[in-house]
Design a protein around this ligand. Structure first.
Ligand code: MFK
Length: 548
């Protein structure tokens, strides 16, 4: 009997097939620079759709392993990564997924080039973006610290293209007392008589990518006051020349919903040698360059996972036949996918806009207005895109019917891995409060309104102008809410912070989408972004609820 077999979804070259990425890069990059960087994007797109994707599916059941003891009673705490992650590291290093941002061949646009590489690389490598994000953030933080000795020792290795020299960095912040409220950290830093370095004593509770060679961490030098100002920022080299942990015990690996390739551990620091990065206090403030880079990576990962889910779902729609025709011929199925596509495109524009701002800041090309914008839009972008990624992943699974719920299709992982995005690097609520902090004491979003005005100024198409009105009305509503809440009880302001931040996020996403749609109509004679902008505009932009 010839039984029916379902054709699986397949992927092509993930750069070549990505209208959104290619159109965006064509707008942002001068033509000669784009042709210079395109070979790197074609190659990463090819790997992501072919070898890496095949390896990812084959590696599905593998997980990192912790061996705490050797046969002879020695504590070794050895971590073995899965085959996919070992290949991912080599590919990432050789293709400059971190390095590109530091080589700065194209000035501030190198950050955008790097994010495009990360966006292509991420969905086929099971969150290897986590160690890369922290490595990038550590390099940025060390450079910002001005600590010449540590820069000389570590930055070259964090940003190299030579796999044999490459170091990854961890970001050890979370303790049992405080995942979000880092100021409660209990780890103590002691200066032993006759020693230059400090030694750290404490317990880190949720440390990601524990196989890293170095880590940046927070600890309280003895005698410092409680709270985040009393913490200092430290640099650790995790293992000695023989590969033994430096007074660090890995107590166990976490059993997590997703990101299961990431070796995340509970650690005890038992006199771990550590060097001050800068200053004896203000550790939280000093580690914020790292936080802001990993939050950018979080957004790039969010849009890349949405893109992967939709690439598979659109392809599958051409292959799956039900009720007499392919799903791609069903109006409701395609309507559903196109709405998801609009969410993904909107998120893409915001994540890459923050990449552009980050690049300009690193290249020293920022005025006060742009610095404010980057500070506010980083948490706004992170929290908005992370929420979008979870809801898009859930719908993508549903679009496959039962197959989306079955592990060996590889699809459930998209949802599990997306679910981490609103949690780590600051939950939605913590980042909503950070947005209020970033807006500043004036409680005004005038710089954002001015930016959106500028973005939309040249849009003359009548359909797009109507959509601009929706974005501006939402932003003005948010601005009024903030003004009116100013004199009220602080709890009213905080209770509305999530709606406020998400409204800013969705309104700026719509504005960026309109700006790009306008460009794409003029330069590519393409109305697909316009159609996405129209869909996105009717999916809820203004979430503010006025208090009575
Ligand atoms: C896939 C891609 C991503 C991969 C990453 C994977 C790794 C995941 C591993 C982790 O999840 S590591 C843990 C991540 N943890 C967090 O993100 C902590 C979340 N909590 C916060 O972000 C809180 O808002 C915060 C800890 C910062 C609040 O602490 P405090 O003690 O209330 O801080 P405070 O006093 O408000 O801020 C201290 C200073 O830092 C202030 O400046 P001043 O000293 O000048 O007044 C703040 O303005 C400044 N600051 C805070 N956040 C900032 C910032 N400056 C710039 N950017 C920021 N984001």
């Amino acid at each position: 009997m010839d039984l029916f077999k379902q054709a699986p979804p397949t992927l092509g070259n993930q750069y070549e097939d990505d209208r959104v990425l290619r159109s965006y890069l064509a707008r942002v990059f001068p033509r000669e620079i784009l042709s210079e960087i395109e070979p790197s994007l074609f190659e990463m797109g090819r790997l992501a759709g072919a070898e890496l994707y095949e390896l990812q599916l084959a590696d599905r059941l593998n997980q990192p392993r912790l061996t705490q003891w050797d046969a002879w009673g020695n504590r070794i705490d050895k971590i073995e990564l899965t085959p996919l992650w070992r290949v991912a590291e080599r590919v990432a290093v050789e293709h400059g997924v971190v390095a590109t941002a530091y080589e700065r061949k194209h000035g501030s646009l190198s950050r955008v080039h790097q994010c495009a590489l990360a966006y292509l690389f991420t969905p086929s490598t099971d969150i290897y973006s986590c160690p890369l994000a922290m490595t990038d953030g550590a390099a940025r933080t060390l450079i910002a610290s001005g600590n010449a000795e540590l820069i000389e020792r570590a930055v070259r290795r964090l940003t190299t293209r030579a796999p044999s020299e490459f170091w990854t960095a961890g970001q050890w912040m979370t303790e049992l007392t405080g995942g979000s409220d880092v100021g409660l950290s209990e780890t103590i830093a002691k200066k032993e008589p006759g020693e230059d370095a400090f030694r750290l004593y404490g317990r880190k509770w949720f440390t990601s990518a524990i196989a890293s060679q170095i880590a940046l961490t927070l600890a309280r030098p003895e005698g410092n006051p409680p709270g985040s100002r009393g913490l200092a920022l430290f640099y650790i080299e995790t293992r000695d020349e023989q590969g033994r942990p430096r007074n660090i015990e890995i107590n166990r690996l976490k059993d997590k919903l997703g990101t299961r390739k990431v070796p995340t551990a509970e650690l005890t620091l038992n006199g771990t040698p550590a060097r001050l990065v800068m200053g004896i206090s203000d550790g939280v403030r000093n580690i914020t360059p790292l936080l802001n880079i990993t939050r950018l990576w979080n957004g790039i990962s969010a849009v890349s996972l949405m893109r992967r889910g939709l690439a598979l779902a659109f392809d599958y729609a051409t292959k799956r036949v039900a009720f007499g025709s392919a799903l791609s011929e069903k109006a409701l199925h395609m309507e559903t996918l196109m709405d998801l596509q609009a969410e993904a495109e909107a998120a893409f524009q915001l994540a890459f806009y923050v990449a552009e701002l980050t690049g300009r800041s690193e290249a020293g090309e920022m005025d006060e207005h742009d610095a404010w914008l980057l500070r506010v839009l980083t948490p706004v972008m992170k929290l908005t895109t992370a929420k979008q990624a979870v809801s898009v992943a859930s719908e993508v699974l549903e679009s496959f019917g039962g197959a989306g719920y079955v592990e060996d299709t590889g699809l459930p992982m998209l949802l599990r891995d997306s679910q981490v995005l609103p949690i780590w690097e600051g939950t939605t609520n913590v980042l909503a409060l950070d947005t209020l902090r970033a807006v500043g004491a004036t409680n005004s979003i005038a710089p954002l309104l001015a930016t959106v005005d500028r973005l939309l100024q040249s849009v003359h198409d009548t359909n797009l102008s109507a959509l601009s009105g929706i974005a501006l009305a939402a932003l003005n509503h948010a601005a009024n809410w903030l003004r009116e809440t100013q004199g009220a009880d602080r709890s009213i302001l905080e209770a509305g912070a999530r709606r406020f931040a998400l409204t800013l996020g969705r309104a700026i996403e719509l504005s960026l989408l309109i700006r790009h749609a306008h460009w794409s109509q003029d330069h590519e004679h393409d109305k697909q972004t316009t159609s996405s902008a129209r869909r996105f505009a009717r999916s809820g932009v203004d979430l503010i609820v006025d208090h009575s």
